[in-house]
Design a protein around this ligand. Sequence first.
Ligand SMILES: NC(=O)c1ccc[n+]([C@@H]2O[C@H](COP(=O)([O-])OP(=O)(O)OC[C@H]3O[C@@H](n4cnc5c(N)ncnc54)[C@H](O)[C@@H]3O)[C@@H](O)[C@H]2O)c1
Length: 309
Amino acid sequence: MAFATRQLVRAASTAAAKKLVVKQVTVIGGGLMGAGIAQVAAATGHTVILVDQTDEILNKSKKGIEESLKKLTKKKFADKPEEGAQYIEKVLKNLTTSTDPVSVVHSTDLVVEAIVENIAVKNELFKTLDKFAPEHTIFASNTSSLPITDMANATTRQDRFGGLHFFNPVPLMKLVEVVKAPMTSQKTLESLMDFSRALGKTPIACKDTPGFVVNRLLVPYLMEALRLFERGDASKEDIDVAMKLGAGYPMGPFELLDYVGLDTTKYIIDGWHSLESDNPLFAPSQMLNKLVEEKKLGRKTGEGFYKHK
Ligand SMILES: NC(=O)c1ccc[n+]([C@@H]2O[C@H](COP(=O)([O-])OP(=O)(O)OC[C@H]3O[C@@H](n4cnc5c(N)ncnc54)[C@H](O)[C@@H]3O)[C@@H](O)[C@H]2O)c1
């Protein structure tokens, strides 16, 4: 082997050796996303502690995880239901719950935060946990729209802080956006990429910019579809058909808006509009605002652009 090649191989293996192999994970927030992340981490052999504010919420999260695992194993172990039951038992053994994050982070390798989308609440949580988590522990946020840099700056471990943006539903969606803030170290980025792969996901790396990759492209597209409809250029049904048959998208933009929740899209676009009010892609939509005001939020309320039973 040539000297230069040997040097490169040695450098690569030293970098790899330095990466953190995540074994213990604390997931904070047992809602839609947190429960999904905890489930996938437990199913891939990690020791997981799921944290939320009350035992009642946590019991609901655990029930949801069990239901989801049952659905998934029904397909996987179609002819061997006993093996399926054993598998679920094994996964659930990897998962415990707590209402006190401070008392459980002392032995964790990674904290994944999936609580309410509010920067003050997230910063407060990270600031507190920073005092109790070990030196090596990486902190990550699953935020969809808030700056990772702000949260990292609430701690003293800016180099061990990054974004881990999962997609809903977590057990099914393959992508994780791994977000590198300016102070995130290469080692942290690579450790988070490896953790995502260990979950069976496909990670992509991106910088800490509004919407990361997927939402930065997707939300302006949804808003453009709304504007097309508002101008009367085409009906919402025809726009949906057009994007499914002409672009090969599995859902049309109005079907997707209903699926995601109209309030979520409004929240994101309002945030970006306040940051860049001159950007026409981030302009608010009166139609969207009106529907949200009327609590027509999509599938979750039974009506959005369409009626849902
Ligand atoms: N819903 C999505 O499609 C989606 C997708 C990607 C990322 N996200 C992000 O994931 C995060 C969570 O979203 P969600 O949809 O799971 O919300 P959710 O409302 O379903 O769950 C949030 C959970 O956090 C808990 N919580 C709130 N404050 C807490 C605190 N201080 N300590 C412990 N627990 C606390 C709540 O009790 C609730 O159970 C948000 O940052 C959101 O932007 C959401």
